[in-house]
Write a protein that binds this ligand. Structure first.
Ligand SMILES: Cc1ncc(COP(=O)(O)O)c(C=O)c1O
Length: 449
């Protein structure tokens, strides 16, 4: 048995992988290293990383500066508590950078280690805020079908994809899901953005505004199938949140740090959230880090809380100095290499080229914003009947042609076809980006032949 085969045997013996099923782990991709937008397996074969890892490697693979930043910081101090009364320089520098590059109402950062923990923290910030306002019953959270917010208990309960609930119920009480702003599958004659925002309003009224703490929304829904909202959605949602005193949490775990062509995404529609959950792109995945950006309103409440109502939320690795040191250098690269602007320009080109896939019989919709695009597959264009199972076959064909992608599995209720998700690193060379639509086309044709 060669070394690789032996290691894979050991893997099967000792590891449980995310979303595990042994049938899906018979021939895993065994990555050895990465450079830029390319991944190389242990046999030396290169593939384009069409999803930037898991939507996170915004600056691309193999940037030695991040390794140097981690090593330098580890030699100084590898871990230091950041519990109140202690601090460290990398977290201060990164916190300041993030606040200055986020929204004009952004005021302070609380660091976590991942996206789900960021959302858990945002929910707790929201509850905490309302308790400080002497509205202790404002605890519920409204989210949307097809949302993905992570898999810890509350984040899973906000997630709007039934596959993530099926074997883990019951969900946490007080999480309500409503219709998303999904133009392709909206059947009425009104503006689908307004209708979807009003679905949130109806839920607030049905639950009672005095019981609702927050609405959580990805600016562009990612894992749920790259659903880009109509321009009317977020301004209307902001209005509704203000009307009923409900906080708006932007889950920018994917959209933050340049992915959509802006540092943070709600600026596309001139909207400012009360809380932002972030992770992934803050370190481009080189080390685990996430966080919550509190707006001034929330930050002020924390600063003026009496001692006996202090913010008793914490984690050992909050503001981890090594992760934050890597985050600082990652953000510097995003800025100095102009990658946020690049995501806007190159992402628009990628989307324009993907649009040509619409002439294939199984392509129902093509959508995107910045460097995140989705190609929704249907079995019949006129009925929009979701293609279920086709996405996995397309992904396998793409892999055989040198492109790694993921497909969001479709569902009949609420309807969505398998959707090919594309989110290459923001630095992906133009020639490589130009290859992607061709490979996706060939893969869809091969998978449907
Ligand atoms: C929008 C969004 N929120 C939250 C998460 C959860 O992040 P993590 O897997 O780091 O917990 C993800 C992960 O893909 C995500 O896309």
């Amino acid at each position: 048995m060669d070394g690789t085969t032996q290691l894979l045997e050991t893997d099967r013996q000792f590891l449980v992988h995310p979303l595990h099923h042994p049938d899906d782990h018979k021939a895993p991709l065994f990555i050895d290293h990465g450079r830029g937008a390319m991944l190389y397996d242990v046999g030396g074969r290169g593939v384009i990383d069409g999803l930037s890892g898991l939507w996170n490697v915004n600056i691309g693979h193999g940037r030695g500066e991040l390794a140097d930043a981690a090593a330098t910081q580890m030699r100084k101090i590898g871990f230091a508590s950041a519990y109140v009364g202690q601090t460290n320089e990398p977290s201060i520098r990164l916190g300041e950078f993030i606040v200055r590059h986020a929204y004009s109402n952004s005021s302070a950062v609380y660091f976590t280690t991942a996206g789900a923990e960021s959302n858990e923290s945002s929910f707790k910030f929201a509850r905490y805020y309302w308790k400080l306002q002497d509205k202790p019953d404002k605890t519920k959270v409204i989210s949307r079908w097809h949302a993905y917010h992570g898999v810890t208990m509350a984040a899973m309960s906000a997630t709007g994809m039934a596959v993530y609930h099926k074997m883990f119920g019951p969900l946490v009480p007080g999480f309500i899901q409503v219709q998303p702003p999904y133009a392709y599958r909206y059947e009425g004659n009104e503006d689908p953005g307004i209708v979807a925002a009003e679905a949130v309003e109806k839920a607030i009224l049905a639950e009672g505004p005095d019981t609702v703490a927050a609405v959580i929304a990805e600016p562009v829904m990612g894992a749920g199938g790259v659903i880009v909202p109509p321009p009317s959605y977020f301004p209307k949602l902001r209005e509704i949140c203000d009307r009923y005193d409900v906080l708006m949490i932007a889950d920018e775990v994917i959209t933050g740090f340049g992915r959509t062509g802006r540092w943070f995404a709600l600026g596309h529609w001139g909207v400012e959230p009360d809380l932002v959950s972030f992770a992934k792109g803050v370190t481009s995945g080189y080390l685990p880090l996430g966080g919550v950006i509190a707006s001034k309103r929330i930050h002020d409440a924390i600063l003026s809380a009496p001692l006996d109502r202090r913010f008793m939320h914490a984690a050992t690795y909050s503001a981890h100095p090594v992760c934050c040191a890597v985050g600082v250098v990652n953000c510097r690269i995003l800025e100095e290499d102009g990658l946020v602007e690049r995501a806007a320009v190159e992402g628009a080109n990628l989307l324009a080229n993907l649009e040509e896939l619409r002439n294939l019989p199984n392509v129902g919709d093509v959508r995107g914003l910045g460097m995140m695009c989705g190609v929704e597959l249907v079995t019949d264009k006129s009925t929009k009947a979701p293609a279920i199972g086709l996405g996995g076959r397309v992904a396998r064909e793409a892999m055989a042609r040198g492109l790694l992608i993921r497909a969001r599995p479709g569902s009949a209720d609420p309807a969505i076809g398998d959707t090919i998700c594309l989110a290459p690193p923001l630095m992906t060379p133009s020639e490589t980006l130009a290859d992607i639509p061709r490979i996706v086309r060939e893969s869809i044709i091969a998978a449907t032949a």
